[in-house]
Design a protein around this ligand. Structure first.
Ligand code: NAP
Length: 341
């Protein structure tokens, strides 16, 4: 039986995930949609899906078994809490929420419910290249990881909509999450350095150099450039005691013409992580069908929120900002058990 999914937020990524659930993957059906803009929701709705006036009505509908939240960040908290209150599995795009207080409310609600329901959209963990990189680090043949270099480069961001705080509270969350996951470590403190401003983004604060100090003593060096013009370029290299392990360059045809010999660079996140998003949803469909969630959790969403907050403080202070995490609830220690996909 197909998982009956309700989608909240039918903008850019909402539409891409509807396409994925409707035309690419099996095991799920989009039966309901909702967006602040009802016309946009109606246009995005697949045949037969009901358009709901409010996210609350969609979440409470008997026809919806599991919810996919693709609205903008500040709306996530209320929508997540509503899903947990009715015990429905929910996939929430990053950022999970936009404040520490909101993250703790989500964690408290899920812990009180007693079973994992929330998966956060950190899709890099599902990317085959990142998974192979993690297998090398975990295998231990290179010794302990000491430094990780993470490059996060966007061709451009929407002018006016993407503000100077967003490289740190919207974009950095991916690098923060993948660093914790790759190195099996927590982020203890954060520094931010601001190089010369790129003229590509006008007044936008860009680029950023962020140092994540891990609890183990390892250091992660993150470049966030959001107007770098040439494409969407994600790189990663882990420097260990006895060697290096890096993400491969993405396979792409080698084109030879009058401009030289070159390989194409992905235009945006949809192209670079297309297989990762597919795998992310394959695993979500299986877990949600069993009434639970696996993958990045509300705890991981909370950790990323703390890093974003600390990075923004570090811009103002110019110093190293500490992160204090609450004790981890047992719910997030063990992976929920689900049948293999
Ligand atoms: P978007 O194109 O602006 O779409 C968001 C949609 O949600 C818009 O239609 C918006 O309507 C609607 N919306 C806003 N508040 C709502 C509410 N309270 N209830 C219902 N609908 C609401 O943005 P997007 O690029 O799709 O991003 C959506 C989310 O996905 C963001 O949290 C973003 O950070 C995340 N995202 C993740 C990735 C990733 O790599 N995992 C990539 C891109 C985006 P209005 O336009 O009228 O406000």
């Amino acid at each position: 039986m197909s998982l009956a999914v309700g989608v909240i937020g039918t903008g850019m990524i909402g539409q891409d995930h509807i396409r994925r659930l409707t035309r690419v993957l099996s095991g799920a059906e989009v039966v309901a949609v909702s967006d602040i803009d009802r016309t946009r929701a109606g246009q995005a709705a697949p045949a037969g899906a009901e358009v709901f006036d409010t996210p609350q009505a969609l979440i409470r509908s008997d026809k919806v078994q599991a919810v996919l939240i693709c609205s903008w960040g500040p709306a996530h908290e209320e929508q997540l809490l509503d899903c947990i209150s009715v015990g429905k599995p929910v996939f929430c795009e990053k950022p999970m929420v936009t404040s520490e207080a909101a993250a703790l409310k989500v964690i408290d609600a899920e812990v009180a419910f007693g079973r994992r329901l929330v998966q956060v959209g950190f899709m890099r963990r599902f990317d085959a290249d990142y998974r192979r990189l993690k297998a090398v680090i975990d295998g231990g043949t290179l010794g302990l990881p000491l430094m990780y270099y993470s490059k996060h480069r966007n061709a451009s961001v929407p002018e006016g909509l993407y503000t100077s705080d967003m490289p740190l509270n919207d974009t950095l969350v991916h690098d923060a999450d993948i660093s914790r996951w790759l190195l099996s470590d927590e982020i203890a403190s954060v520094e931010v350095r601001l190089p010369r401003r790129s003229r590509q983004g006008g007044e936008l604060r860009d680029p950023h150099l962020v140092l994540l100090h891990m609890a183990s003593g390892a250091i992660v060096d993150v470049e966030i450039s959001v107007n770098i013009a040439y494409g969407y370029d994600i790189r990663g290299e882990v420097s260990c005691e006895k060697g290096l392990a890096a993400l491969p360059n993405r396979p792409a045809p080698v084109v030879s013409d009058q401009f030289g010999i070159r390989q194409a660079i992905p235009e945006d996140w949809r192209e670079r992580f297309i297989e990762a998003y597919d795998q992310e949803f394959r695993e979500w469909i299986v877990a949600a069908g069993q009434g639970t969630a696996t993958g990045p959790s509300a705890w991981d969403g909370y950790a990323a929120t703390l890093v974003a907050d600390a990075a923004l403080r570090a811009v103002t202070s110019g110093g190293r900002e500490e992160i204090a995490m609450r004790d981890k609830p047992a719910l997030y220690d063990t992976a929920a058990k689900v049948a293999a996909a």
